[in-house]
Design a protein around this ligand. Sequence first.
Ligand code: DBV
Length: 257
Amino acid sequence: MSSTRRSSLDPVAIEGWSWQPFLEDAVNSLQPLGIEPYPVSDAFLFKQDQTGSKAKPVSVTTATWACKSEKFRQVRAACVSAGTSASVLNFVINPLPRYDLPFFGGDLVTLPSGHLLALDLQPADKQDNQHTEGVWDRLMPIFDRWRSQLPDGGPIPDEAQPFFSPGFLWTRLPLGEEGDQLIDTVVRPAFNDYLNLYLELAAAAAPVSDQRMEHLLAGQRRYTDYRAEKDPARGMLTRFHGSEWTEAYIHDVLFDL
Ligand code: DBV
């Protein structure tokens, strides 16, 4: 358990954290881009508290890995480890609005009730064909391949629809061997396929005009404001680390545009 992280690029090494291999895959894929640290204050790089009852305290850790690169304003991983109460990797790539790119979003969540797993390349403006077409054409075959091997996660709120692509991979899996097997053989390769497609799209992206950039930035703000307002982790993080820390983390780190 490392409480000595100085930089947002230092490895996250939380003992027993189940999503470690996913974060390692992501960091390895990002490394060739010449990534630099993204400023994250110490209070959010590594936060440890106790939850549960006095008789049965549970140690909870939230750590943040983050970087930036030529085309990415912010790449950040929120890593939550709370024993059997919760294990989360929430991973978002925020491109610079100078590039016509969607967001990469991954939400890998284990709760006592089971796993909730979400992957998507999320549009800044779903109505804008210029923004979506090239992404969706390449995403859909990947989505179809992996979706067929996973149960559907069920309905999501209507108001969230503008922020999802048709390639939104969303599943719920049971705890135990069956779920773990699907995470290894389906969810992890799917995560890497989505990420590698995203990195290919980013590599090919050329800078856009100031006017186009303003349009993309406005869409990015709508997305970010929505995510900050509706963050499904707010309750959990507030229980673990208190409301003041959680609100600052959501607004100044996780969704800081
Ligand atoms: N979700 C976040 C952040 C998290 C996080 C920053 C730091 O955006 C975790 C952690 N997500 C998290 C937790 C839950 C969910 C649920 C802890 C469970 C909440 C609970 O049941 O108590 C995908 N994540 C969800 C849900 C959806 C998503 C649809 C269910 C919401 C609900 O049932 O109300 N989150 C959503 C999504 C992306 C995403 C599509 C990007 C691909 O990050």
